[in-house]
Design a protein around this ligand. Structure first.
Ligand SMILES: Nc1nc2c(c(=O)[nH]1)N[C@@H](CN(C=O)c1ccc(C(=O)N[C@@H](CCC(=O)O)C(=O)O)cc1)CN2
Ligand code: MG
Length: 296
């Protein structure tokens, strides 16, 4: 192994501490604390763990956490009615509906019901459009965290060749938009891409978000590239990423581990977005560049 390990867990802890300091300043200026509402539908075990972690992290940062747990068989209209109540609740700065939702609910319709200015997950199409056009909005937490790690590792990203493997609305597409905004030359690869190894081999930055264990091989990686592994796959060998870590670590200059790489950044960035939402709602100035240097 020659690659440097990118310690997302440590980075996320530092970011969470900075958010906590920002919350204290916000409280002094606004006379209130930011609030985050998290909605969990059903009993999915992993989702329940993530929601509990989000609630704890929110409180640890000095913000107020509102948890709403709904039964798996709740109908879509009732879920949307809850979202609308949260939109109207002055104490709520951020609203998050934990995904995945049960199959009988149309997630896109639920996400559309969230006020874009409280959409701290950045999943509303208005925020996707803002990101695509360089307007202030909310950037989805996982790609935002990846971009922070990349800038910390590389400094200026401009002119770098980047490949994003995966084109989901939650990771791949916003990741590509962020890298484009940082003046990278971006390739978006997916299941129909021809000669994926060839495309990967040209990239200085590889972001893997395909959801397939050990899919990206070490020999595809260009020597010295920085590899960001977004995958979280449960296998009989335990939790592994989308990148064959052992192989890639022999050629990359730096790589995120799974676990302890990108994952912890997701919740830290959620807190960051909630703090930003509170500042915007109260019309209080907030120097994003000084804070984390990423995103609108
Ligand atoms: N509304 C949302 N739903 C989902 C999101 C999201 O950002 N918003 N992302 C994922 C789940 N997720 C947070 O919700 C999340 C996933 C993973 C981690 C994390 O820290 N992973 C650890 C490993 C944890 C483990 O052992 O299972 C790591 O990678 O080190 C945090 C948050 C889908 N749904
Ligand atoms: Mg560093």
């Amino acid at each position: 192994m020659t690659a440097e390990l990118i310690d997302g867990k440590a980075f996320a802890l530092r970011l969470r501490a900075r958010v906590g300091e920002g919350v204290a300043r916000f409280r002094a200026a606004a006379g209130r604390v930011p609030g985050l509402a998290v909605v969990l539908v059903g009993e999915d075990a992993a989702s329940a763990v993530y929601v509990r972690s989000k609630g704890k992290a929110t409180v640890a940062a000095g913000m107020e956490s509102f948890e709403h747990r709904l039964p798996a068989d709740i109908d879509e209209a009732s879920l949307i009615a809850l979202v609308e109540r949260l939109n109207a609740d002055a104490a709520v700065d951020g609203i998050l509906v934990q995904l995945p939702l049960p199959g009988h609910i149309d997630a896109a319709r639920v996400l559309l019901a969230i006020d874009p200015d409280k959409d701290v997950d950045g999943f509303h199409p208005v925020n996707a459009g803002r990101l695509a056009t360089g307007l202030p909005g909310f950037v989805p937490c996982t790609p935002l965290g990846c971009a922070m790690l990349l800038k910390d590792q590389l400094g200026d990203l401009s002119g770098k060749d980047a490949i994003v493997i995966g084109r989901s609305n939650i990771v791949g597409k916003p990741m590509a938009a962020l890298l484009t905004a940082e003046s990278c030359t971006v390739t978006i690869a997916h299941s129909r891409t021809h000669d994926l190894p060839g495309h990967v081999h040209r990239a200085d930055i590889v972001v893997a978000a395909v959801g397939r264990a050990n899919f990206v091989k070490g020999e595809w990686i260009k020597p010295g590239a920085v590899v960001i592994d977004v995958g979280i796959n449960r296998t009989e060998d335990g939790l592994v990423g989308d990148v064959d870590f052992g192989g890639a670590a022999m050629v990359a200059s730096a790589i995120t581990p799974v676990p302890g790489g990108v994952g912890p950044m997701t919740i830290a960035c959620l807190l960051r977005n909630t703090l930003v939402a509170a500042h915007r709602r109260d019309g209080i100035d907030y120097d994003a560049a000084a804070f984390d240097g990423i995103g609108p």
